[in-house]
Ligand binder design. Structure first.
Ligand code: SAM
Length: 223
């Protein structure tokens, strides 16, 4: 099949061609991804390919994640309607918007002010009233709003930030890419059980921009 024939131009085509065939079956996730207009979150020049299964550049050298990876991370998080979810790495705001269709409240932290402001503007414009945005180092979570039913980190960390696992409720899940900066990372799911014990499981290899912060990578260091 030609590459162009496999491309999607609407959320529905994206779901049919890229999400369902790769194992995304959570009904809440599929419904949310059908509803969020990804073309509004990508830069103007990429609007025509907004529903391709591709990460795309946004401002400040960052990216909007690939739809399949957003869906996989949220399906793994398994949010419920009653949940309060923390997202680290707002970026364009797309993943937070998808989460906001499923969970009761979404808190999202972005270290780059310009990106946080633009995402906040979009949330207002699109009437997403259950998303709160903060500019800060998200590797330290959002202590005033903790504990969370689930935490999703949309940037690659060198290790699992302890502060984030401490901000999980009992039975809560953290989904986070862990590994080398600019290299191999594994999508990892961390659960905090009833006794406060932490269990972790690696899912699939991924490649994310780095989580930069106190419990992430250093700003100007390639380590
Ligand atoms: N979820 C985003 C979306 O849907 O567009 C994609 C996020 S992008 C792959 C990763 C984002 O994490 C970038 O915007 C980056 O600035 C941000 N980031 C990196 N380190 C961070 C930190 N310590 N705290 C908050 N945001 C961080």
């Amino acid at each position: 099949m030609l590459w162009s024939q496999n491309q999607a131009y609407t959320p529905e085509e994206m779901i049919k061609k890229h999400l369902k065939p790769r194992g995304i079956k959570n009904k809440l996730v599929l419904k949310a991804m059908r509803q969020v207009p990804r073309h509004v979150f990508v830069p103007e020049k990429f609007k025509a390919i907004a529903y391709y299964d591709r990460a795309l550049p946004i401002d400040k050298g960052q990216t909007i994640s690939q739809p399949y990876i957003v869906a996989l991370m949220i399906q793994t998080l398994n949010p419920k309607k009653s949940h309060r979810i923390l997202e680290i790495g707002t970026g364009s705001g797309y993943a937070a918007a998808v989460l906001s269709h499923i969970a009761r409240q979404v808190y999202t932290v972005e270290r780059i002010e310009q990106l946080a402001n633009r995402a906040r503007e979009l949330f207002n414009k699109l009437d997403y009233s259950n998303i709160e945005v903060k500019v800060d180092d998200g590797s330290l979570g959002w202590s005033e709003k903790a504990p969370f039913d689930g935490i999703i980190v949309s940037a690659g960390a060198p290790a699992i930030p302890e502060t984030l696992t401490e901000q999980l409720k009992e039975g809560g899940r953290l989904v986070i890419p862990v590994g080398k900066r600019g290299g191999l990372q594994y999508l990892t799911v961390v659960t905090r059980d009833k006794n406060g014990e932490i269990n972790q499981q690696e899912l699939e290899p991924v490649r994310f921009v780095p989580l930069i912060g106190q419990e992430g990578f250093k700003e100007n260091n390639q380590e």
